[in-house]
Every structure is written in C-alpha cells, then in structure tokens.
Design a protein around this ligand. Structure first.
Ligand SMILES: Nc1ncnc2c1ncn2[C@@H]1O[C@H](COP(=O)(O)OP(=O)(O)OP(=O)(O)O)[C@@H](O)[C@H]1O
Ligand SMILES: [Mg+2]
Length: 331
C-alpha cells in the first residue's frame, strides 16, 4: 500500500496525474484491503473452530464402559436402604481390590467404613455410584439392584462429599450452586452458612464472587472440602456419602461442621468413611475393612469389647491424641 501511494505521489508531483487520481487510488486500496483483512480473520477463526469441533467429536465418540440396560427404570426416590451383598471388584484382573464385602445400611441409619489406606473404602463409593460394574455380588438400594436402574436417577439420589473435590474455575457461589443448579440464591447462601464458609468468604475482597482458579487451586484443602459440603447440603439427596469429608479441617471447625452435618443427615441414609475414629462413634454400624475384606462390624462399644482390629486402631489413635495434648501444654 505504501509503494502504491508513493508511486501515485511521484506521478502527481511530475504532473502526469491529478490530485483526484491520487485520492481515487487511495480509495481503491482501502476498499480492497479492508475485506481482504476481514477474510484473513474469518479464515483463522474457521480453522480454530474446526480443530475444536474435531476434539469435541472425538470426546462424543468415546464409549462409556458402564451403560444403562435397555428400558432401565428410574430409582424410586425415598428408598434409602442400601445393601452390599458379596461385592467383589478389581480394577485390573490380576489384582482384587474388594473380596465378598457384605453389609447393610438400613434406611435413615449412619454406617461408617474404616480401615487402612488402600483398603478399598473409596472404591466402595465409586461402585455405589456405578462408575464401574462389579465383578461379583450385587449392590441394592431399596431392594433394587443398581445395575437395573438408570445411572442418572441413581446419581441424583446420592449426595457425596468426595475425598478430592473437583471445583470449576468459576466463582465460589456458582461452585456451590453446582450441587443443585436450579437452587435459588437464598438456598445457596444458606448452604454456604451451614458449611461454615461464610466466615472465610467475609474475609475475601470479592466475597462469594471470588474465582477459585483452575480445579480450585486458590483454595486451601479445608476450604475446598467445605465447598463440597455446601454442595451436598444444597443437593438434599436421600442418600449421603462422606469420604473423609472433614479430614483437612482443624478440630474446632471439624466439630462445628460435624454438628451441621448431623442435622443435615437426620432422616437420611448415610455412609461415612473416616480415618479419625472419634468422628464416627455415634454410627449405627461400623464396618472395618482390611485389604478388601470386612473383618469386623458392629457398634463402637461392641467392637471395642471384641478387642480386635478396631479396638487396636482406636487405642492407638487415643494414645496419639494424648501425646499431642501433652506436647501442647505450656512448659
Ligand atoms: N482407577 C484405579 N485403577 C487401578 N487401581 C486403583 C484405582 N483406584 C484405586 N486403585 C487401587 O485400589 C486400592 C483401593 O483404593 P481406594 O481408593 O478404595 O482406597 P481407600 O481405602 O479409599 O484408601 P484411602 O484411605 O487412602 O483413601 C488402592 O490400592 C489403589 O491403588
Ligand atoms: Mg479413599
């Protein structure tokens, strides 16, 4: 364009062209270059979108390994009684994770699962959600095998506080609302209060409109857990699952949240996985898992009286706690 304009200017100076010709050439050039520029922009956009469409189609073509049976019914809501019967499972054929696990959670009861790390506790929860199909046995909710109902209705009936919370790079408020997208602002705010997030939020310059970062990396472990708890409170599902729900909290916040959770879980069937046994003393039944098998089950008192696995765990945790308290005493 500079070349053309320079040539035209030289011609005008030499008297072979008029000023009008100069303006005409300038107008032609502008008319030509604006659409050409635009074409380049559109071409780049189209190329970018094609790449995204291809990725999306690839994702849509992925076959899920766990599928609904044809004509699967919805899980009837309100049926909260859960039965694990001879459940066996392995992620890979050469390593069995769960071996004939059998226990019951009656409607409205709180059942705790305890055991060493890697015993298969979180795996039990994944199976309850039907992320995998069992290799043996059955899981029934309200007497209906979960493989006979639609996955959507099954997952709607269960609220979970998972061991590692997945957050979206959005505001805190919207992350809580994810528990029940149709909830009103007031309901979300109430859930935030019950999960003891309001204190933390009031310290933030942007309040509940603070963005949490990719996967929630701008929040501490305990704060993320409280977001997950708020989501679950908001969802108000008939079945509640807590997988190490308060493990990253200090004892004071833990006690406060446990109290709130007890209120929320009233009348709901709940499955609680915990390392700290003091948080599950009040469970109706405690299942002790060891290397994928149930080794003991019963109430806290009954298990202590048996002087088995559970009693051993309990006393070792008590000793640790006493030691900690002694260390904290002023010298
Ligand atoms: N997707 C997977 N593929 C293969 N193996 C897995 C997978 N997920 C878990 N495992 C294995 O299954 C075993 C049980 O895992 P699980 O997460 O159920 O343990 P856990 O009892 O919840 O332990 P923790 O108390 O540490 O959370 C572990 O040994 C783990 O390595
Ligand atoms: Mg786990």
């Amino acid at each position: 364009m500079t070349g053309m304009m320079w040539l035209a200017a030289v011609c005008v100076a030499a008297g072979t062209m008029t000023i009008g010709d100069f303006v005409l050439i300038n107008a032609f050039m502008v008319q030509l270059f604006v659409p050409l520029n635009f074409l380049g922009f559109v071409y780049r956009e189209i190329k970018g979108s094609m790449a995204n469409i291809e990725k999306m189609l690839q994702l849509l073509r992925v076959q899920t390994s766990v599928n609904d049976k044809p004509g699967a019914q919805s899980l009837a809501p309100g049926n909260g009684n859960i039965e694990f019967r001879d459940v066996s499972f392995s992620y890979r054929p050469d390593r069995e994770i769960l071996r004939k696990v059998t226990f019951n959670i009656d409607a409205g009861q709180k059942v705790a699962v305890v055991g060493a790390s890697g015993a298969g506790k979180s795996t039990l929860v994944k199976l309850l959600f039907r992320f995998y199909d069992l290799s043996g046995g059955a899981i029934r909710i309200g007497g209906v095998d979960i493989s006979d109902v639609s996955k959507h209705s099954l997952r709607r009936a269960i609220g979970i506080v998972p061991q590692d919370t997945v957050l979206f790079n959005d505001t805190l408020f919207e992350n809580v609302r994810y528990g029940c997208p149709e909830a009103s602002d007031a309901e979300v705010a109430n859930a935030i209060r019950l999960a003891h997030l309001d204190n933390f939020i009031s310290q933030l310059p942007d309040g509940d409109q603070t963005r949490v970062g990719e996967r929630g990396l701008k929040l501490s472990g305990g704060e993320k857990q409280r977001v997950a708890i708020a989501r679950t409170i908001l969802k108000r599902a008939p079945i509640l699952v807590f997988d190490e729900a308060t493990s990253s909290l200090d004892s004071k916040s833990e006690q406060a949240i446990l109290k709130a959770l007890r209120e929320v879980a009233k009348g709901h069937t709940s499955l609680v996985i915990a390392h700290r046994l003091s948080t599950i003393i009040d469970a109706d039944n405690i299942v002790v898992l060891d290397q994928g098998s149930v080794v003991e089950q019963g109430t806290h008192e009954a298990l202590l009286a048996r002087r088995g696995h559970y009693a051993e765990l309990w006393f070792s945790q008590q000793r640790d706690q006493q030691k900690e308290q002694q260390e904290e005493l002023p010298v």
